[in-house]
Design a protein around this ligand. Sequence first.
Ligand code: C5P
Length: 218
Amino acid sequence: AAPADLAGLHAVVTAGPTREPLDPVRFLTNRSSGKQGYAVAEALAARGARVTLISGPTQLATPRGVTRIDVESAEQMLGLSLAAAAEAQIFVGAAAVADYRASEVAGEKIKKTGESLTLVLSKNPDILATVRAAQPGLFMVGFAAETEKLAEHARGKLSNKKLNLIAANWVGNGKAFDTEDNALQLYWPEGEQEIPAASKAEVARQLVDRIVSLYQAR
Ligand code: C5P
Protein backbone atom coordinates (compact mmCIF):
# COMPACT_ATOMS: atom_id res chain seq x y z
CA ALA A 1 0.00 0.00 0.00
CA ALA A 2 1.06 3.61 -0.55
CA PRO A 3 2.46 5.43 2.51
CA ALA A 4 -0.14 7.56 4.33
CA ASP A 5 2.12 10.62 4.19
CA LEU A 6 -0.79 12.99 3.45
CA ALA A 7 -2.77 11.89 6.54
CA GLY A 8 -4.34 14.88 8.29
CA LEU A 9 -4.24 17.02 5.14
CA HIS A 10 -7.20 18.17 3.03
CA ALA A 11 -6.76 18.26 -0.74
CA VAL A 12 -9.20 19.82 -3.23
CA VAL A 13 -9.20 18.68 -6.86
CA THR A 14 -11.18 20.24 -9.71
CA ALA A 15 -11.84 17.95 -12.67
CA GLY A 16 -13.80 17.53 -15.86
CA PRO A 17 -15.17 20.10 -18.26
CA THR A 18 -17.42 22.99 -17.37
CA ARG A 19 -20.77 23.51 -19.05
CA GLU A 20 -21.73 27.08 -19.88
CA PRO A 21 -25.45 27.54 -20.57
CA LEU A 22 -26.72 29.42 -23.64
CA ASP A 23 -30.44 28.90 -23.01
CA PRO A 24 -32.58 26.36 -21.07
CA VAL A 25 -31.55 23.47 -23.37
CA ARG A 26 -28.11 24.32 -24.79
CA PHE A 27 -24.57 24.82 -23.50
CA LEU A 28 -20.92 25.27 -24.51
CA THR A 29 -18.42 22.67 -23.29
CA ASN A 30 -15.20 20.82 -24.27
CA ARG A 31 -13.83 17.29 -24.70
CA SER A 32 -12.44 16.79 -21.19
CA SER A 33 -13.44 13.39 -19.77
CA GLY A 34 -12.30 14.15 -16.21
CA LYS A 35 -10.23 10.93 -16.10
CA GLN A 36 -6.87 12.48 -15.20
CA GLY A 37 -8.36 14.68 -12.47
CA TYR A 38 -10.34 11.79 -10.98
CA ALA A 39 -7.16 9.66 -11.00
CA VAL A 40 -5.30 12.43 -9.13
CA ALA A 41 -8.11 12.61 -6.53
CA GLU A 42 -7.90 8.82 -6.05
CA ALA A 43 -4.10 8.89 -5.76
CA LEU A 44 -4.22 11.69 -3.15
CA ALA A 45 -6.81 9.72 -1.12
CA ALA A 46 -4.62 6.61 -1.37
CA ARG A 47 -1.83 8.61 0.31
CA GLY A 48 -4.09 9.42 3.27
CA ALA A 49 -5.42 12.87 2.32
CA ARG A 50 -9.03 13.87 2.85
CA VAL A 51 -10.07 14.70 -0.72
CA THR A 52 -12.84 16.93 -2.05
CA LEU A 53 -13.40 16.51 -5.80
CA ILE A 54 -15.22 19.41 -7.45
CA SER A 55 -16.39 17.95 -10.73
CA GLY A 56 -17.93 19.22 -13.92
CA PRO A 57 -20.23 16.80 -15.78
CA THR A 58 -18.47 13.44 -16.40
CA GLN A 59 -19.36 9.78 -16.96
CA LEU A 60 -17.07 8.63 -14.16
CA ALA A 61 -17.68 6.88 -10.84
CA THR A 62 -16.58 8.72 -7.71
CA PRO A 63 -13.13 7.40 -6.69
CA ARG A 64 -12.80 5.44 -3.44
CA GLY A 65 -12.47 7.58 -0.34
CA VAL A 66 -13.25 10.85 -2.16
CA THR A 67 -16.06 13.35 -1.45
CA ARG A 68 -17.48 14.61 -4.74
CA ILE A 69 -19.34 17.86 -5.38
CA ASP A 70 -20.95 18.23 -8.82
CA VAL A 71 -21.05 21.57 -10.63
CA GLU A 72 -21.78 22.73 -14.15
CA SER A 73 -20.50 26.23 -14.90
CA ALA A 74 -17.13 27.82 -14.23
CA GLU A 75 -18.76 30.34 -11.91
CA GLN A 76 -20.24 27.50 -9.81
CA MET A 77 -16.86 25.74 -9.79
CA LEU A 78 -15.18 28.93 -8.62
CA GLY A 79 -17.62 29.48 -5.73
CA LEU A 80 -17.27 25.92 -4.43
CA SER A 81 -13.49 25.94 -4.99
CA LEU A 82 -13.07 29.10 -2.90
CA ALA A 83 -15.16 27.60 -0.09
CA ALA A 84 -13.32 24.25 -0.09
CA ALA A 85 -9.88 25.86 -0.45
CA ALA A 86 -10.42 27.89 2.73
CA GLU A 87 -9.90 24.69 4.74
CA ALA A 88 -7.40 22.87 2.52
CA GLN A 89 -3.62 22.62 2.29
CA ILE A 90 -3.35 21.30 -1.28
CA PHE A 91 -5.34 22.38 -4.37
CA VAL A 92 -5.08 20.68 -7.76
CA GLY A 93 -6.83 22.41 -10.67
CA ALA A 94 -7.28 19.65 -13.24
CA ALA A 95 -10.57 20.92 -14.63
CA ALA A 96 -10.80 22.06 -18.26
CA VAL A 97 -12.58 25.28 -17.36
CA ALA A 98 -14.33 26.99 -20.28
CA ASP A 99 -12.48 30.20 -21.07
CA TYR A 100 -15.72 32.01 -21.99
CA ARG A 101 -19.42 31.89 -21.11
CA ALA A 102 -22.44 33.47 -22.80
CA SER A 103 -22.64 37.14 -21.81
CA GLU A 104 -26.39 36.71 -21.44
CA VAL A 105 -28.12 33.36 -20.90
CA ALA A 106 -31.45 33.37 -22.80
CA GLY A 107 -34.43 32.69 -20.57
CA GLU A 108 -36.27 30.89 -23.38
CA LYS A 109 -34.99 28.53 -26.09
CA ILE A 110 -33.17 30.53 -28.80
CA LYS A 111 -35.25 30.36 -32.03
CA LYS A 112 -33.73 29.64 -35.46
CA THR A 113 -35.00 32.84 -37.02
CA GLY A 114 -31.93 34.19 -38.88
CA GLU A 115 -29.51 32.63 -41.39
CA SER A 116 -26.73 33.39 -38.94
CA LEU A 117 -26.55 33.84 -35.19
CA THR A 118 -23.87 35.72 -33.27
CA LEU A 119 -23.07 34.64 -29.72
CA VAL A 120 -21.47 37.22 -27.44
CA LEU A 121 -19.15 35.65 -24.87
CA SER A 122 -17.54 36.99 -21.71
CA LYS A 123 -14.29 35.74 -20.20
CA ASN A 124 -14.69 33.41 -17.25
CA PRO A 125 -12.85 34.08 -14.00
CA ASP A 126 -9.56 32.15 -13.61
CA ILE A 127 -10.27 29.71 -10.77
CA LEU A 128 -6.63 28.99 -9.88
CA ALA A 129 -5.61 32.65 -9.89
CA THR A 130 -8.65 33.63 -7.79
CA VAL A 131 -8.11 30.83 -5.26
CA ARG A 132 -4.41 31.73 -5.04
CA ALA A 133 -5.25 35.38 -4.30
CA ALA A 134 -7.57 34.26 -1.48
CA GLN A 135 -5.23 31.57 -0.06
CA PRO A 136 -1.59 32.63 -0.40
CA GLY A 137 -0.33 29.72 1.71
CA LEU A 138 -2.04 26.92 -0.23
CA PHE A 139 0.10 24.42 -2.17
CA MET A 140 -1.35 24.82 -5.68
CA VAL A 141 -0.98 22.61 -8.73
CA GLY A 142 -2.24 23.50 -12.21
CA PHE A 143 -2.44 21.76 -15.55
CA ALA A 144 -1.48 23.20 -18.92
CA ALA A 145 -2.83 21.61 -22.09
CA GLU A 146 -0.77 22.86 -25.01
CA THR A 147 -0.45 22.32 -28.76
CA GLU A 148 2.90 24.19 -29.07
CA LYS A 149 5.81 25.56 -27.00
CA LEU A 150 4.99 23.32 -24.01
CA ALA A 151 7.76 24.45 -21.64
CA GLU A 152 7.42 28.16 -22.38
CA HIS A 153 3.62 28.23 -22.02
CA ALA A 154 3.62 25.99 -18.93
CA ARG A 155 6.28 28.04 -17.15
CA GLY A 156 4.34 31.20 -18.01
CA LYS A 157 1.22 29.79 -16.32
CA LEU A 158 3.26 28.56 -13.34
CA SER A 159 4.41 32.10 -12.71
CA ASN A 160 1.27 34.08 -13.75
CA LYS A 161 -1.04 31.95 -11.60
CA LYS A 162 1.58 31.77 -8.79
CA LEU A 163 1.47 27.96 -8.69
CA ASN A 164 3.83 25.61 -6.85
CA LEU A 165 3.76 23.01 -9.64
CA ILE A 166 2.33 22.71 -13.15
CA ALA A 167 1.64 19.51 -15.09
CA ALA A 168 1.80 20.13 -18.82
CA ASN A 169 0.67 17.87 -21.60
CA TRP A 170 0.37 17.91 -25.35
CA VAL A 171 -3.23 17.97 -26.61
CA GLY A 172 -4.84 17.73 -30.04
CA ASN A 173 -4.37 14.93 -32.59
CA GLY A 174 -5.96 12.41 -30.23
CA LYS A 175 -3.63 13.23 -27.32
CA ALA A 176 -4.74 13.45 -23.66
CA PHE A 177 -8.36 14.60 -23.92
CA ASP A 178 -10.79 11.69 -23.61
CA THR A 179 -8.01 9.08 -23.87
CA GLU A 180 -6.86 6.29 -21.49
CA ASP A 181 -3.14 7.09 -21.40
CA ASN A 182 -1.36 10.34 -20.72
CA ALA A 183 2.17 11.72 -20.42
CA LEU A 184 3.06 14.80 -18.39
CA GLN A 185 5.94 17.21 -18.19
CA LEU A 186 6.15 18.71 -14.68
CA TYR A 187 7.58 22.15 -13.99
CA TRP A 188 8.12 23.86 -10.65
CA PRO A 189 10.21 26.92 -9.82
CA GLU A 190 13.43 24.97 -9.17
CA GLY A 191 13.05 21.96 -11.43
CA GLU A 192 11.27 19.77 -13.90
CA GLN A 193 10.43 16.09 -14.44
CA GLU A 194 9.06 13.97 -17.26
CA ILE A 195 6.32 11.44 -16.52
CA PRO A 196 6.37 9.14 -19.57
CA ALA A 197 3.18 7.85 -21.23
CA ALA A 198 1.27 5.46 -18.97
CA SER A 199 -2.26 4.93 -17.68
CA LYS A 200 -3.81 8.02 -16.13
CA ALA A 201 -3.81 6.16 -12.76
CA GLU A 202 -0.04 5.53 -12.96
CA VAL A 203 0.63 9.09 -14.14
CA ALA A 204 -1.46 10.37 -11.20
CA ARG A 205 0.59 8.30 -8.71
CA GLN A 206 3.83 9.79 -10.03
CA LEU A 207 2.37 13.31 -9.98
CA VAL A 208 1.27 12.80 -6.36
CA ASP A 209 4.80 11.54 -5.49
CA ARG A 210 6.13 14.88 -6.73
CA ILE A 211 3.39 16.84 -4.90
CA VAL A 212 4.30 15.04 -1.64
CA SER A 213 8.02 15.74 -1.97
CA LEU A 214 7.54 19.42 -2.89
CA TYR A 215 4.88 19.88 -0.17
CA GLN A 216 7.18 18.37 2.47
CA ALA A 217 10.12 20.54 1.30
CA ARG A 218 8.15 23.81 1.08
O1 C5P B 1 -4.72 29.32 -18.74
P1 C5P B 1 -5.11 27.90 -18.94
O2 C5P B 1 -6.59 27.68 -19.11
O3 C5P B 1 -4.36 27.18 -20.01
O4 C5P B 1 -4.63 27.20 -17.59
C1 C5P B 1 -4.94 25.88 -17.29
C2 C5P B 1 -4.98 25.70 -15.81
O5 C5P B 1 -5.74 26.75 -15.21
C3 C5P B 1 -5.68 24.42 -15.40
O6 C5P B 1 -5.11 23.99 -14.18
C4 C5P B 1 -7.12 24.88 -15.23
O7 C5P B 1 -7.82 24.04 -14.33
C5 C5P B 1 -6.95 26.26 -14.69
N1 C5P B 1 -7.99 27.22 -15.06
C6 C5P B 1 -8.79 27.79 -14.09
N2 C5P B 1 -9.76 28.70 -14.42
C7 C5P B 1 -9.95 29.06 -15.70
C8 C5P B 1 -9.15 28.50 -16.71
C9 C5P B 1 -8.19 27.58 -16.37
O8 C5P B 1 -8.59 27.46 -12.91
N3 C5P B 1 -10.90 29.94 -16.00
